[in-house]
Design a binder for this molecule. Structure first.
Ligand code: FA5
Ligand code: MG
Length: 386
């Protein structure tokens, strides 16, 4: 019964991922160019997407099956590339402008000024194109400083897909970009049908620095439209730099947790990290049709915290403090009040929902968490509690 094995977090101070040795001291340096907390380091090397009995592994394999069947095994697959990448790979190589928000310390985990924990699997596009791959899938863990709710987690998993077309692929006289954009949408709609059968979905136009045109696919889930992937026609400059001047390509980046939530009816993204057998025992290698049966839901507890913000205050910094203190007991952090007084001081009130997926929390335990959150919010975020 492989799923009954409890997955321990790696305690080793040196990890090896995809042939790269990573030492804990290098990733957790106490230095202003480093913003990686222990809780994030603990997730390195877990590789949930490589476990055949985990919902993310089951989903990855099902997507592989779709591509193998429809493209006669043409797609090369990578799922063990090291998540520590250079700033160049993560941003420059995919044309992210120098002043783009995603590059900030507020959004991305930096190991040092030139190295990040990849914030998307697009970090591997340019290198694989340079190496001559024309059809490929890259699956991996990605890292982002982000908000706290049921569909956002600071470590999640993406699958990147890239397909390069040659002039003989489209009819002479037709617009290559339109042809490739149509092909991309057909491919992803086919994938959605393969995974979900009939499902309510819609395309939304969007912007990415590395594609044009760009689209997002949304699926109706739990009474809301949920964004599950981004995609588009690859910017010509990226292909040019890899020596492909006559080609056109498409690329996509799937959010595996989001797709798995829809597929298996998983209500909260924290569950993917659960080692509780009541969760892990519900999934089996190769089984796509299973719907997650929630075990009893424990009551949430709401605590508010209000403070006068400082200029440097950001919601991501607040969320990181909450995650540091409460870990997966933090279910949601929501701004519920926001006003500026006559003196120009701005007050924010956040509501924190605490809830365990596995047990009831005691008042005492929650009060302790909340009081630590208050202390750290004040000392680390330079705000004044009200
Ligand atoms: C990207 O990361 C692009 N690299 C995707 C892409 C690739 C576009 C290739 C074009 C070509 P975005 O930031 O929207 O885009 O993230 C992609 C998907 O990851 C989202 O649609 C969502 O499903 C998932 N996602 C994003 N943030 C989180 C999060 N904090 N927790 C869980 N899933 C997330
Ligand atoms: Mg997006």
């Amino acid at each position: 019964k492989p799923h009954s094995k409890k997955w321990k977090q790696p305690v080793a101070s040196v990890l090896e991922i995809g042939g790269v040795k990573i030492s804990k001291d290098d990733v957790l340096r106490d230095d202003p160019t480093n913003n990686v907390p222990d809780t994030i380091f603990a997730k390195l090397g877990m590789q949930l997407h490589r476990r055949d009995h985990h919902p993310l592994g089951i989903l990855k394999n099902a997507i592989y099956e779709y591509f193998d069947t429809n493209y006669s095994n043409k797609f090369d697959k990578f799922d063990d590339l090291c998540p520590l990448v250079s700033v160049k790979e993560n941003f420059d190589d995919v044309l992210v402008p120098a002043d783009h928000v995603s590059r900030s310390y507020n959004d991305t985990y930096y190991v040092d000024s030139q190295t990040v924990l990849r914030c998307h699997t697009s970090a591997h596009q340019a290198e694989l194109l340079r190496r001559g791959h024309t059809h490929f899938l890259v699956t991996g863990d990605v890292y982002r400083r982000d908000s706290i709710d049921s569909t956002h987690y600071p470590v999640f998993h993406q699958m990147e897909g890239v397909r390069v077309f040659s002039p003989e692929d489209w009819a002479p006289g037709t617009d290559a970009t339109c042809y490739v954009a149509e092909d991309l949408k057909k491919c992803l709609e086919g994938l959605a049908r393969h995974l979900f059968g009939a499902v309510e979905m819609r395309w939304v136009d969007t912007y990415f620095p590395f594609t044009n045109p760009s689209f997002e696919l949304e699926i109706f889930f739990q009474e809301k439209w949920l964004e599950v992937l981004g995609c588009g026609v690859t910017e010509q400059e990226i292909l040019k730099r890899s020596g492909k001047t006559d080609n056109v390509a498409w690329a996509f980046g799937l959010g595996l947790e989001r797709l798995a939530m829809v597929l298996f009816d998983i209500p909260d993204i924290r569950l993917f990290w659960s080692t509780d057998e009541r969760f892990t025992s519900q999934f089996l290698k190769g089984q796509l049709g299973v719907k997650f049966k929630p075990y009893s839901k424990y009551p949430p507890c709401y605590k508010d915290v209000s403070f006068w913000i400082s200029e440097s205050f950001t919601e991501n910094n607040l969320c990181e403090v909450v995650r540091e203190v409460a870990g997966d007991l933090a279910e949601e952090v929501q701004l519920i009040d926001n006003f500026t007084n006559k003196k120009g001081m701005t007050s924010h009130c956040y509501r924190i929902a605490y809830r365990s997926m596995e047990r009831s929390l005691t008042d005492e335990e929650i009060n302790k968490l909340q009081s630590t959150v208050r202390e750290l919010v004040e000392s680390k975020l330079k705000v004044v509690l009200r």
